[in-house]
Design a protein around this ligand. Structure first.
Ligand code: C2O
Length: 554
């Protein structure tokens, strides 16, 4: 065989079907892929083409998103329902086909319609092309660790009930590691993920936060971990005893089995951010305060030994989260590294926060809402935005998403009593149109109008550089001095700090419609989203091809 291996075509079929599973003492009908939850782990190499035939045998409308994949000239395969495609109806089928280019590491796939991603999700692992090594010592084995959430209910019902009464959805009943709640939950003693290791070997854990509504802390007793990548971008190795992830994010760590032969718990609990300000909302939103755990067992460990438990951070430990999010740097000059753009074409300042909308039929006459720059996003219903873009159909979205908030105010203050218009946000399908190759710098600012919270904001189709982040109001004079323009992290999801801000930059080098939203699923129906419409460039290589013939129609 030639030493320059050619890219492969990797083909899978997803049969999405309802099945009955048993968790926490009861049986539940869930929608899952190929009979398992999490679903299949997809393994490709950079440069490969992935083809996934999705057969929707479930009773729900469905679409699958390949979270973090750049989808170069393949926006039709991105997947968010009503953004890049109409959903696949029950009984329908759609083939997602795309190349994995210019990124390596851990990504994942999930349903992108309603709350279905609670059970329809799995890992997507992109290894280097053959002959290309990792920028770290080759691990003995690679292990996906998917952190998830479980409801003792049908998740589509959970969302619909909340919608009907105008309340936030019920919190989940358990967190899970690779689909299993672990022994701290009732009836789950045997429902614990087990990782077997050999002393002296090193393991690459590909940690994915697939939870719907919580950031999570993750630890392994007595063991440090070395972070080597986040969101499929390599990092400078960073040694830590705790990993912090927001929904949507991935963290690759090397775990050296270098402790005494024995058994050690791995565990995850919520990072339920709240405060420090405002005083009126000192408590985090409701969350499951139980811990999910699995176990790391060394070969030869006595079966009788009691495993050691890690000491987890407190739920509101903002300093630990902030340290993790700001201490890791990108591997500048490493594989697929992209330098930070220095010329900025578009400067944006975008508020992210919670509010209310008027709802005469709801309990208090209002329902929760959320907005970016006071615009609350509503998905279109008759045609996907990408079809509207490609076929030039007007009236599906409007290019009026503002570059700055309509009113400037002290974002750390609860001022709903003073200015209710800031709290009540209109629904619209507003987008920001970008020229091909435009560079964007965006300040994301959390507002305190209705309580502060850490929001994991996810951009489809691109990674961005995270230049800086902090608490309080963004200071346009002094905070730019803190920007890391040399080796910042490259991510697809930024945790905008609770009551704080983050600054990102990216180059819009891929035509299409790219969703930009909070990855807390509770906030998506509230409207915490917008989209970028990136225009075609001047050449065929910068023009979105026509849709596949089997693209679902509304
Ligand atoms: Cu992982 Cu728009 O999502």
């Amino acid at each position: 065989a030639s030493s320059v291996a050619s890219a492969a075509i990797v083909e899978h079929s997803f049969y999405v079907q309802n099945l009955t599973v048993r968790r926490l003492c009861s049986e539940q009908v869930v929608t899952a892929v190929n009979g398992s939850m999490p679903g299949p782990t997809l393994r490709v190499r950079e440069g490969d083409t992935l083809i996934v035939h999705v057969f929707n045998k479930s009773p729900y409308n469905l679409s699958i998103h390949w979270h973090g994949v750049f989808q170069l000239l393949s926006a039709w395969a991105d997947g968010p329902s009503m953004v890049t495609q109409c959903p696949i109806p029950p009984g329908g089928k759609y083939t997602y086909k795309f190349e994995l280019l210019q990124q390596e590491g851990t990504l994942w796939w999930h349903a992108h319609v309603s709350f279905l991603r609670a059970t329809v999700y799995g890992a997507l692992i992109i290894r280097p092309r053959s002959g290309h090594p990792y920028p770290f010592p080759k691990p003995h084995r690679e292990v996906p660790i998917l952190l998830g959430e479980w409801w003792n209910a049908n998740v589509v019902d959970v969302e619909n009930q909340a919608e009907a009464i105008g309340a936030p959805p019920n919190i989940s009943d358990a967190y899970t590691i690779n689909g299993l709640p672990g022994d701290l939950y009732k009836c789950s003693q045997n429902r614990m993920y087990k990782l077997k290791v050999q002393k002296g070997k090193t393991y690459l854990l590909r940690i994915i936060n697939a939870a719907l509504n919580n950031q999570l802390f993750f630890k392994i007793a007595n063991h440090n971990m070395t972070v080597v990548a986040v969101d499929a971008g390599y990092t400078v190795p960073y040694v830590t005893d705790v990993v912090v992830t927001g929904p949507g994010q991935t963290v690759d760590v090397l775990l050296a089995a270098d402790q005494e032969v024995g058994s050690y718990f791995m565990a995850a609990n919520a990072y339920a951010s709240a405060g420090p300000a405002p005083p009126a909302f000192p408590t985090p939103p409701p969350f499951d305060n139980t811990t999910t755990r699995g176990i790391v067992v060394y070969e030869g460990a006595p079966t009788s030994a009691t495993p050691i438990m890690p000491l987890l951070p407190a739920f509101t430990d903002n300093p630990t989260a902030h340290k993790f999010f700001t201490s890791i740097t990108g591997l500048a000059g490493g594989p697929h590294w992209v330098p930070v753009p220095r010329q900025i074409d578009e400067h944006m300042f975008v508020t992210v926060g919670l509010g209310i909308s008027i709802c005469p039929t709801c309990l208090n006459g209002t329902r929760p809402s959320a907005s970016m720059n006071n615009f609350s996003f509503e998905r279109p219903s008759s045609l996907s935005m990408l079809q509207a873009f490609f076929f030039n159909v007007s009236g599906i979205y409007t290019p009026d998403f503002p570059d700055t908030p309509p009113v400037k105010f002290d974002y750390t203050n609860v001022i709903n009593a003073v200015n209710p218009s800031l709290l009540i946000t209109p629904k619209s399908t507003s987008v920001k149109v970008l020229k091909y190759n435009a560079t964007v710098e965006m300040v994301l600012q959390n507002t305190a109008l209705l309580g502060v919270e850490n929001h994991p904001i996810h951009l489809h189709g691109f990674n961005f550089h995270v230049l800086a982040q902090g608490f309080g109001n963004y200071d346009p004079v002094n905070d730019p001095k803190k920007f890391n323009l040399i080796n910042p992290l490259s991510r697809n999801t930024i945790n905008v700090p609770v009551g704080g801000w983050g600054v990102i930059r990216f180059t819009a080098n891929n035509p299409g419609v790219w969703f930009f939203h909070c990855h807390l699923d509770a906030h998506l129906p509230f409207g915490l989203a917008t989209a970028f419409v990136v225009e075609n460039g001047p050449t065929p290589e910068s023009t979105l091809p026509p849709p596949p013939v089997d693209l679902p129609q509304c």
